[in-house]
Design a protein around this ligand. Sequence first.
Ligand code: HSE
Length: 400
Amino acid sequence: MISIAIMGFGTIGSGVFDVVNINREILKKHVGDEVQVKYVLDIREFPGQPVEKVLVNDVNRILEDPEITVVVETMGGVEPAYTFVKKALEAGKSVATSNKELVAAKGHELMAAAREKGVSFLFEASVGGGIPILRPLRTCLTADRIEEITGILNGTTNYILTKMGQEGTPFETALSEAQAMGFAERRPEADVEGHDACRKLAILLSMVLKERVDPADIYTEGITKITAVDFVCARALGMEIKLLADAEIHEDAVFAMVSPFLVKPDNPLYAVRDVFNGILVHGNMVDDLLFYGRGAGKEATASAVVGDVVEMLQHPAGTVYDGWGEEKRVLSDITRDRHSFLIRVPDQEAEAVPRAFPGAEAVKAALEGEAAFVTEVLSEQEFSERAEKLSILGRIRVHA
Ligand code: HSE
């Protein structure tokens, strides 16, 4: 019998508890022994629930038990998760986490601690929920130079945009639905302002570059300024509005941003709806790859966490993944990045648009009191300079 511990019995932690119990036989086949949850750390009480028997509220019970070689962290947030994970690694225990905030902020330190002790720190569930994306990047795709990553990396915002676009659901209603289904972060700004997608993009880039990418260096815009009129324009153009996490990796420059984009129908991400995530990876040898699946939610995310647990139990000696270094990668200034833009202006300014943007084409949509155009492709800096000449009511980047 192999005993593991779970720190944090929220949506994902309780999912891990369920996966270990429901798929007991499957896990036994992969690990070669039965896996049981010996401790669940939480300050709350869960009277009458099966977890009650293994509930502890002192982390030292886990840290001081030599039977525990693998710990799951599903508390979320940086503290106290960081302190507990660091202590677990220093105590010679491997750790699997779903905590993207922790990995993006402190991953490099925790990987160093794991290397030092010859244990593992894995975090498949931190990006794309149940989608296997980090393991392919760190194992199967190491022969490729990854040149582009474009992802729908946040299930909550994709759910909101889908509901707003397809059913005309108001933003707040769609957000409440996502919260009720256990997709959203405790602080919904993390989802709707793009911070969660930004952290996930930082993790993906760090893994590909093997250098630390700081989420604070990634230009990030959320979906709170998207309106019903934007969806009317998107429909007229035959495109979908998606919150994309986009990175282009050149020899001498790395551009990264999180922003709402108009996505064309020939892009596989066009059809990624509801809570689903999609991640397009382009390698110089393998060409295009698409990873698709449930990007949030209890069972799917817990499945990814337990997959990490299995991998760590299969390799009890040594560090499974050595991670990325401490040194920070400097990202390129996005003012040099190039896109075309959907812009909306008051009706009376429609005539001024071609003077500011000579290549702009009018969007054929019946809008009240305003007009919409798609500009030519130009740099972010050129766009900002020319847009200053107009009273822009809204603008959305168009993905190439
Ligand atoms: N709030 C996140 C999302 C959870 O909606 O994608 C999964 O990381």
